[in-house]
Structures are given as structure tokens and as C-alpha cells.
Design a binder for this molecule. Structure first.
Ligand code: FAD
Length: 373
């Protein structure tokens, strides 16, 4: 029987790996810090691309299930000027290569595709150490340990496995997003719902951005981007929802009211998310018995690729292990050789150059052909 693969983190990347391993008859155990699948809201919509995320789901044998989750019409895309002028408007004609799904439903689909007991909930990893012979010992918050000869860190931005391979740590990117939600938008927030349209909408000027999309039903979910240092945000009390809303909205003075309503009319308290990134060329020398995937390997400022890449990493790693039975190092070498340049290239998308604001590059690319490449 094949060696059991120990995966840390039941995000989309870790689960894609577990599923592809299962398809190939390779057992795995996924250790996840959260106490249950429902422990945290998995809000947000993801567009799953035909050039990475969909390839991963095909390798997982889940294309039909994925198609069943797609929200029709959500590939529509608009770009507005801050005064509300529509600069670009693309309808969803059903031919686009980036169908949208709810992240929570995608994660549930992957979870349901695994043998019962694969995911060990409530196992927060606090550290891992090498035993010197390709095996590693992983320690959990409750003091328990597990020893494994194949360890995969799929535990996201603040990976506890990464230090086995690299000294790199995520650094603040210089921008943060403030998340808001508007519920029952067609009836309760009709003007802003009309402005966002049937899919995604973005409006930006250097250093200030509003990105919104229509989620399942008529929920509007917005990311309000602000380029400021962390100290600037520290001066805002996000426990005081009204004051924080007012302070963020002030940064968008003069913008069209149907855009600023995405801040001021939120049905939930605004949530601050500082955006961190690893160096774009992050890589490491091969260390026997351990590797990373997804954000743990290549955390980047959100550009629509992260979840797609995490799933592709997981799928390709699973395929590499299946293709090299009995030779873990050959599999990990083949996986990393493809993953390193792919993630470096993706990190450059929307990354901005020479002081250019990232969203501007993204908007220009999207406006050009509907795909930021
Ligand atoms: C605001 C925002 C918007 C985004 N929008 C998009 C988008 O539209 N499209 C897209 O493709 N990507 C998007 N991304 C990026 C995407 O969310 C990530 O790239 C993706 O989730 C990475 O998947 P992952 O499996 O590597 O890690 P994660 O999704 O972070 O999963 C890691 C898992 O590991 C668990 N874990 C963490 N630490 C431990 C520990 N110590 N012990 C055990 N378990 C642990 C976590 O609980 C989690 O379940 C966005 C990111 C942000 C911040």
C-alpha cells in the first residue's frame, strides 16, 4: 500500500490534493485547525479558470459536480469611473472561461468527494521538525504529534510547515481591503444593485478601489481597496462599525453615491483585511519528504488566481505522486519544477510596476480581453 500523505490544511488546495490522491488510490490524512466544516463562513465568490482551476477539478474527476455549482450570468463584468460613468460593460454570454461559484460550495464539494475521516478537524499545527531521514514530526496545539514520511503544507499564508523549507515570511503589500455585504440588494439596495449588474463591477483611481460582485441570490459583496500603511488603518477603530464606515467612506468623497453605497449601506460591520504577500519568486531547495502548495508556497496579493493556483498545485502534486510510485523525491521535484515558475508568473498579474496602481493594470487587462493575463 502507498505511503499515507500528511496534508496540513483543508483549504481548496489541500482538499484538491487529497481528492486527486484518492482518485489514484493513495491514502491521505488532512489535519485542519478549524473545528468543523462550518466553523468559519466561507463567503465570497471565485471565478474558476479554464487554464488552471478547471484543469484541477477535471483531474479530481469533479467537472460535472463543479458545473452544477456554477452561478449563471456571473461572468458579466463592468468597469466604472469613480463618477459612475460606465467605461466597460461585458455581458455574460455563457462562453466565458471563468465561471463563478460560491467558495463554500466548492469546498463542500471537495469535502464530500473524500472518504469519511480523511479530514481531521480541530487539529491546529503549532510546529514541525525534521527527524533527519526524510520524516517529519508535526505537533498540534493539544500536544499531540504525528510522524510522517511525506508532509505537505497546505496551511495558507501563515504556514507552520513553511519554515522547514524557507525563511521567507509574508510582508504587508501596502494595501488592504475592507469587506462589506449588502443583502436582498434588488429590493433593499436597488440603485447599487443596478450599478453592480449581474456579475462583477470595479471602479478605481490610484490608491482607492471598489470591487463588487453579485453572489448567490441577490447579495452584493464588496472589497473596498485602500493603499495605506498598516499604521493608517491602526488609527481606525473597526470595533466601532459606524465610525469605521464613515472613515473609509470619506476616502471616496466625490465618488458616485451608487458606488459609495457599497460602503455606507453595508448590512454587516466592515471587516478589514490587510493584504500580505511572499516574494514573487519564492522558492526553496529540495528538502526530503516535505513540500508546500497554494498560499503557503506563493501567497500573493489577490488577483483572482490564488484559489485556482492552490487547486492546480494540489492536483499536480497528486498526479506527480501517482506517476512516481515509490519515489517521493522524483515526484516532489517534478511538482516544484512546474509550480515555481507558474506561481511567479501569476504573482505578477495585477501586481503593478513602477508605482502603477495594481487595480489599474487589472482593469486595463480585463477591459482588453476579459482575461487578466
Ligand atoms: C480578499 C481576498 C479575495 C480573494 N479573491 C480570490 C478570487 O477571487 N479568486 C481566487 O482564485 N483567489 C482569491 N483569493 C486568494 C485565495 O483565497 C487563496 O489564494 C486561496 O484560498 C489559497 O488556498 P489554500 O488552500 O492555499 O489556503 P487557504 O484557503 O488559506 O487554506 C488553508 C487552510 O489551512 C488551515 N490552517 C491554517 N493554519 C493551520 C494550522 N496551523 N494548522 C492546521 N490548519 C491550518 C486553514 O484553517 C485553512 O482551512 C482571495 C484572497 C483574499 C484575501
Amino acid at each position: 500500500m502507498a505511503t499515507e500523505v500528511t496534508i496540513i490544511g483543508a483549504g481548496l488546495g489541500g482538499l484538491a490534493l487529497a481528492r486527486v490522491l484518492h482518485v489514484h488510490g493513495i491514502p491521505s490524512a488532512v489535519y485542519e485547525a478549524e473545528s468543523s466544516p462550518a466553523a468559519r463562513s466561507q463567503g465570497g465568490m471565485l471565478d474558476i479558470h479554464d487554464y488552471n482551476g478547471q484543469i484541477a477539478l477535471a483531474a479530481a474527476g469533479l467537472t460535472d459536480e463543479f458545473r452544477g455549482l456554477v452561478l449563471e450570468g456571473r461572468q458579466a463584468m463592468r468597469v466604472l469611473a469613480p463618477d459612475g460613468t460606465v467605461l466597460f460593460d461585458k455581458v455574460d454570454d455563457g462562453t466565458g472561461g471563468r465561471p463563478e461559484v460560491q467558495r463554500g460550495e466548492l469546498r463542500r464539494m471537495l469535502l464530500d468527494s473524500l472518504p469519511a475521516g480523511t479530514v481531521r478537524w480541530g487539529h491546529k499545527v503549532t510546529g514541525a521538525r525534521t527527524l533527519g531521514d526524510g520524516r517529519h514530526e508535526v505537533t498540534f496545539a493539544d500536544g499531540g504529534t504525528v510522524v510522517t514520511s511525506l508532509l505537505v503544507g497546505a496551511d495558507g499564508a501563515w504556514s507552520r510547515i513553511r519554515p522547514l523549507l524557507s525563511a521567507a515570511e509574508p510582508e504587508y503589500s501596502g494595501r488592504s481591503v475592507v469587506e462589506t455585504y449588502l443583502y436582498d440588494a434588488d429590493t433593499r439596495h436597488a440603485a447599487v444593485a443596478k450599478t453592480v449588474g449581474g456579475g462583477s463591477m470595479m471602479a478605481a483611481k490610484p490608491g482607492r478601489e471598489i470591487f463588487a460582485h453579485r453572489e448567490k441570490g441577490d447579495t452584493l459583496h464588496a472589497y473596498v481597496g485602500v493603499v495605506e500603511p498598516l499604521e493608517w488603518f491602526a488609527g481606525i477603530d473597526f470595533t466601532d462599525a459606524a465610525a469605521a464606515t464613515e472613515r473609509i467612506a470619506r476616502e471616496f468623497d466625490g465618488w458616485a453615491p451608487e458606488l459609495t453605497a457599497l460602503i455606507t449601506d453595508s448590512d454587516v460591520a466592515p471587516v478589514l483585511r490587510p493584504l500580505y504577500a511572499l516574494p514573487a519568486e519564492h522558492r526553496w531547495e529540495r528538502v526530503p519528504g516535505v513540500t508546500l502548495l497554494g498560499d503557503a508556497a506563493h501567497l500573493a496579493v489577490p488577483n483572482g488566481e490564488g484559489a485556482n493556483l492552490a487547486m492546480l498545485d494540489g492536483a499536480e502534486l497528486g498526479q506527480a505522486l501517482a506517476a512516481h510510485p515509490g519515489d517521493v523525491e522524483a515526484a516532489l521535484t517534478a511538482y516544484e519544477r512546474a509550480m515555481f515558475p507558474r506561481s511567479a508568473e501569476a504573482a505578477a498579474i495585477g501586481g503593478g510596476e513602477d508605482g502603477e496602481d495594481p487595480i489599474q493594470g487589472l482593469i486595463a487587462a480585463v477591459a482588453q480581453d476579459g482575461r487578466p493575463e
